[in-house]
Design a protein around this ligand. Structure first.
Ligand SMILES: [Zn+2]
Ligand SMILES: [Zn+2]
Length: 151
């Protein structure tokens, strides 16, 4: 488990990246980043907004959205288009895939060496500068499978 101190230093490191881009680091921005890091896995803007309300009740959904966009353009979070209705955001920008449960909607990370290979191969093959990559597997998570079996 990450300690409070680990999380703080991780946030500071990420905000340093933004500072280099001359992006102002505000307490609100820090709060949003902390939620993405700790609260919900692969949150949507709405989920981040709900969480941030507890600390900053005045913050609007538009502000949350603009901050999230700023994080994406700074390359410190990744935008996921796995859900056609809602975009989700991922603090892990390393090449990895996702499993998406079509029953409960759970999005989990999948780490395989092949993703790293894919990533570097496309860069070499086409001299293409890859900014992001999405590999999604759709199906049923273990819990949902068990629920079906037990019925
Ligand atoms: Zn499920
Ligand atoms: Zn992920």
């Amino acid at each position: 488990m990450k300690t409070k101190k680990d999380i703080e230093s991780e946030i500071n490191q990420l905000l340093e990246i933004m500072k280099k881009d001359k992006v102002r680091v505000t307490p609100q921005r820090r709060a949003i980043l902390k939620i993405i890091l700790t609260k919900v896995k692969h949150p949507s803007v709405e989920e981040i907004y709900q969480q941030v309300q507890q600390e900053y009740p005045q913050m609007s959904l538009a502000t949350v959205y603009n901050n999230v966009r700023a994080f994406v353009s700074a390359g410190i979070i990744q935008e996921l288009n796995i859900d056609e209705k809602t975009k989700h955001y991922d603090i892990n920008v390393q090449p990895h895939g996702h499993t998406i449960c079509e029953s409960c909607g759970k999005i989990e990370d999948v780490f395989m060496n092949q993703f790293n290979d894919l990533y570097s191969e496309i860069q070499e093959l086409d001299k293409f500068n890859v900014k992001s990559m999405e590999v999604s597997f759709y199906g049923l998570c273990q819990e949902c499978c068990e629920k079906i079996e037990n019925n």
